[in-house]
Design a protein around this ligand. Sequence first.
Ligand SMILES: [Zn+2]
Length: 125
Amino acid sequence: MSRPLRSPVCCIAGCSRPATQDSGLEEEALCAAHSAAASPYLRARFASTMRRRTQIENLWSDAARYEAVVESGRYLKLCDVTQAVLEQTDSAWIRMKLDIFLDEAKGGARGRDTLAGSGLAARAG
Ligand SMILES: [Zn+2]
């Protein structure tokens, strides 16, 4: 199930490129370049939490499956799992954004080019 992006433009300050990566929360989304700036691990973690979130949201909106959960006495368990998945998604998104902010603080892609050109890349770590 796909849904419209929550924001038409990237949420990173100073970036006005069109958004391609939804946050799944609030009114935030990322452009392709900033999405790619986060570490592969953090991007994979966020994608994984979003898949679980979509599964849970689908369960809540599927009347037959929802009724089956309620009738089996697992409604409170479903609420707990839903809350946990929402928190994991928020946390994964925030970690990914922090990684992007850190990359921006280092100058982003342009900064890396400058450091490499000046021979400072090794010291900059
Ligand atoms: Zn951007």
